[in-house]
Design a protein around this ligand. Sequence first.
Ligand code: C5P
Length: 241
Amino acid sequence: MSERSMKQSITSNRPRETLALALDFPDLPTAVSMARRLKQYFGIAKVGLELFSAAGPRAVGALAEEGYEVFVDLKLHDIPNTVGSAAKVIGSLGASYLTVHCSGGIAMIQAAADGFETGAAGAGLAAGKLIGVTVLTSEEDASVDVLRQRMQWAEEGGCKGVVAAATDLAMIRDMAPQLIRVVPGIRLEGAERHDQKRTATPAQAIAEGANLLVIGRNVTEARDPVRAAATIYAAVESAKS
Ligand code: C5P
């Protein structure tokens, strides 16, 4: 399979389906209101630790009702049995994506993959995609060997994709071209970087081979979130054409 057809087969070429909105808010009404405003630009809503702590499963249901695919970003990391059980519950909620920390090892990743699939099947839903977090973008000193090891666990453990910094994408594409590449730390040229150490513009990330871009504060904390979202959408559209 050519690189191009491989790329098309693992994710959509449409910008909206490439863009995940990180709804890092402390309450559900604020998150839903932002999600509603930005629907035309984002097809995926990401529920992270903050929103899940505030609203739990209700957040998944509310965003699915808004028409989003829901990305539950809890970065699970515990003993395999506990992670597998949590993943089963999240699968039953209809989450389209779920993250686990690859540093938890292969048995834990396998338990997550099994649990996520079983939970969805039990609820009569299509299986979601398990995504492995290789190296956090805020980790400055992770070596290439660490990344390779975590990639191998992700692939062998049943992940369908990995989260990675844009700077690591070429290596990841070489190692496991079939895995979806999810890239956070996206910033428009000259924008505030916050705590992200390895940022990339939307165009750079797409050029490096990203399949899914996670966009948070660059849009949600912008003076005009709709305008920021439209700018990012246009950048992705032109990078893909
Ligand atoms: O764009 P912004 O920096 O606000 O996005 C941060 C989001 O991306 C947060 O929800 C964070 O959990 C997530 N993320 C990350 N680095 C990773 C994985 C996820 O920043 N490796």
